[in-house]
Design a protein around this ligand. Structure first.
Ligand SMILES: Nc1ncnc2c1ncn2[C@@H]1O[C@H](COP(=O)(O)OP(=O)(O)OP(=O)(O)O)[C@@H](O)[C@H]1O
Length: 677
């Protein structure tokens, strides 16, 4: 049933097909699983039951002739009284004057509308025809091109034609265990429920099914990745151990564990697809460096793709110092390495010959003409900033190289494990020893001078400071003005002892590089910045960050920014300057002063954003579901993950009558996704 085209339905031509496509509906299966998001209750209620401002249905006898008042060509108001429970109730319809002819004294009418308790009035939405009454009617997500009522009719037609072909995807064992409905019953009850309770029961099954299928798909992909056709990197364990022992610090237990997990993957002839997740400052870079070193000792090249040029340069600098003494050739390729320059030509030649071992860069790495000799490991930093296609493009530059993605995006732990289900996840869940939580204070906007005085104290102790302004306005020119104003204020306050630098996204890259170099070397002690410093910048001697207009940032971003300090064993500080106008703003700042744990912040962020905030969820990297809510239904998601793994990994999966439909369904889905339709 699933792949049947919609063209088989009566009244569906190319135009409707296109309109449905815009709603994400291309097959009968899609249509039958496009469930109503709410139900309008068309069963008449008693006056005593009515709740103010709720949608209700009332039935009564017309006791006054209708009064139609016109205010122009299309605008009008229709008033009449209905006798309900021996009481006359005023009904008003706006701009539906054509109904007047149906409103005849003595006739019985059923009206669906919104109840206004104060005026004892029903604001009419529609008159219900006889066959609509006594029902719960599904309300569908619609568009300008296709109305909800048309969708309703199509669903009905599709259900009548195809309900016999709906087979269960969830194995019977699980259906029984959780008392789930059959798939056919669920689809029926969600579209045409007898009452709210029936709809709720069906939704319970739908939520489980959706999450189960989501997890099953991930498990299925994972299994395909497990086929032994990946690279086997025979790295030199002795050399690796020696390298680790010569680092300036000892790895934390979490770093050691993740290094082991990665090395284990590298060594297997299976394709590695691993996510390394760790809070800001937890030391992901060194773990990535060790993995790259392993690849090089196995005779392969490694590539590291960073989301910004500043970050690519920083990585290149660090890795250069780390690897140069070992005779490993590290190079940097960014968008500003001019396309025709001799330097770039030579770099690309060396890369293709294999004399460059490690290449660091921005998305410039995936441009045409960048050819590796034998790329064995690809690392992407802050993976959510790259699209799937960009990551895929980099992967295609090698012969199925292993992939490691680094992220500090704090998604709650349990969710990360479920959401990144097709990837293996390694988590660095502790900071290097001796780190002190960053002390965070929230100041009023008129306390800028006080903040400056505090910073001056830190500078006296040889520390450095960031002063950050947000992207306040739509216009970059204005944002720059904000940053420049802060620069002027700071320069005046801190003169003549300290120099203040300014860095922002619009600067030329060599200018940015110079400013970062000066700050890293401690030549400039204070850096005014827009959010270009948000990700990954690592200057351990910086001990204080002032964030102006902090309420303009989201929690995740504030956490990232704060993570620029507290990167050594000295006590660091974060000063948030803001007079938030909303409760939501105040709660965000409050949260920042209460915890430094990225995972707690992520959880709080999701709670504060509220259930309905789709955009927020997208930013948090959560997939979109039709009926399930990954936060509210987290317990179900976890259960579904365990269940799906068990089913997919059983040796006779797809061979029993219980699991065959699921296998076929997943195969079809995969083909659709890969475009092999
Ligand atoms: N085990 C360790 N002991 C002491 N210092 C460490 C350890 N591991 C890393 N560091 C140092 O901690 C700092 C933060 O590490 P790193 O830059 O790798 O963090 P990160 O996880 O990439 O954080 P972010 O997401 O903020 O970029 C660096 O200066 C690094 O040299």
């Amino acid at each position: 049933m699933s792949r049947q085209s919609l063209a088989v339905l009566k009244g569906v031509g190319p135009k409707t097909i296109q309109a449905l496509q815009h709603l994400g509906i291309t097959t009968i299966e899609d249509l039958l699983t496009a469930f109503p998001f709410r139900y309008d209750d068309y069963r008449p209620q008693n006056l005593a039951e009515l709740v103010d401002q709720e949608k209700v249905t009332l039935r009564g006898v017309v006791v006054t002739a209708p009064v139609l008042v016109r205010f122009g060509r299309k605008k009008n108001r229709l008033n009449f009284n209905l006798l309900i429970d021996n009481q006359a109730v005023l009904v008003t319809f706006f701009n539906q004057g054509y109904l007047a002819e149906k409103v005849i004294e003595g006739a019985e009418l059923t009206v669906f509308g919104k109840w206004e308790a104060a005026r004892q009035r029903l604001m009419g939405i529609k008159l219900l025809s006889f066959n609509k009454q006594e029902q719960l009617a599904g309300v569908y997500r619609s568009s300008k091109e296709i109305r909800a009522t048309q969708l309703q009719k199509l669903v009905k037609q599709a259900y009548e034609l195809y309900h016999g072909q709906i087979s269960d995807l969830i194995p019977g064992k699980l259906q029984k265990k959780y008392h789930l409905l059959s798939r056919q019953q669920m689809i029926h009850d969600l579209h045409f429920p007898a009452d709210q309770l029936t709809a709720q029961a069906a939704k319970r099954t739908a939520v489980y099914e959706e999450l189960f299928l989501f997890e099953a798909r991930l498990q299925y992909l994972k299994q395909i990745d497990q086929q032994p056709n990946g690279l086997k990197l025979n790295y030199d364990n002795q050399q690796l151990k020696k390298f680790i022992s010569q680092l300036p610090f000892e790895l934390t237990p979490a770093q050691k564990r993740t290094v082991n997990e990665i090395c284990h993957d590298l060594h297997r002839p299976v394709h590695m697809n691993r996510l390394l997740q760790g809070d800001v400052g937890s030391g992901k870079t060194i773990v990535a460096a060790i993995a790259m070193y392993a690849a090089v000792t196995a005779g392969y090249q490694a590539a590291l793709m960073a989301p910004t040029e500043i970050l690519a340069r920083q990585h290149a600098d660090k890795l250069f110092h780390l690897f140069q003494p070992l005779g490993i050739n590290v190079n940097l390729l960014t968008g500003t390495t001019s396309a025709k320059s001799r330097q770039r030509r030579e770099l690309l030649q060396q890369l293709a010959k294999g004399s460059i071992d490690i290449l660091i860069g921005t998305h410039a790495l995936i441009q045409n003409g960048v050819e590796f000799k034998n790329l064995g490991l690809v690392i992407t930093d802050e993976q959510h900033r790259f699209g799937v296609n960009q990551r895929q493009a980099l992967r295609l530059k090698g012969n199925e190289p292993d992939v490691l993605a680094l992220t500090a995006t704090p998604i709650p732990r349990t969710l990360a494990l479920t959401v990144y289900g097709e990837m293996d996840v390694s988590i660095i869940n502790e900071l290097p020893r001796g780190r002190k939580p960053v002390r965070t204070f929230w100041l009023k906007k008129n306390q800028l001078k006080r903040a400056f005085s505090f910073i001056a104290e830190q500078l006296k102790q040889g520390k450095q400071a960031y002063l950050v302004t947000p992207l306040v306005s739509e216009s970059e020119a204005l944002d720059l003005q904000n940053a420049e104003q802060l620069l002027t204020d700071a320069a005046k306050f801190f003169a003549p002892e300290y120099q203040v630098g300014l860095i922002h996204g619009k600067m030329k890259s060599d200018e940015k590089e110079q400013i970062m170099t000066d700050f890293t070397a401690g030549k400039t002690k204070i850096l005014v910045a827009t959010t270009v410093i948000e990700v990954g910048v690592d200057v351990p001697q910086a001990s204080v960050i002032l964030i102006v207009d902090a309420d303009r940032f989201g929690l995740a971003q504030l956490h990232q920014l704060r993570g620029r300090v507290g990167r050594s064993s000295t006590q660091s500080y974060c000063l948030l300057l803001a007079d938030p106008k909303t409760d939501y703003g105040r709660q965000r700042l409050q949260t920042m002063t209460e915890t430094t744990d990225g995972f707690v912040i992520a959880q709080r962020d999701l709670e504060l954003r509220g259930q309905g905030d789709i955009l927020g969820r997208k930013q948090a990297g959560l997939p979109e579901f039709k009926v399930a809510d990954p936060i509210k239904d987290l317990k179900v998601l976890e259960t579904a993950q365990v269940d799906a793994a068990e089913i997919i990994n059983q040796s006779n999966f797809g061979k029993t009558t219980e699991t065959k439909p699921l296998d076929e369904y997943l195969q079809q889905q995969l083909q659709l996704e890969l475009g092999f339709d």
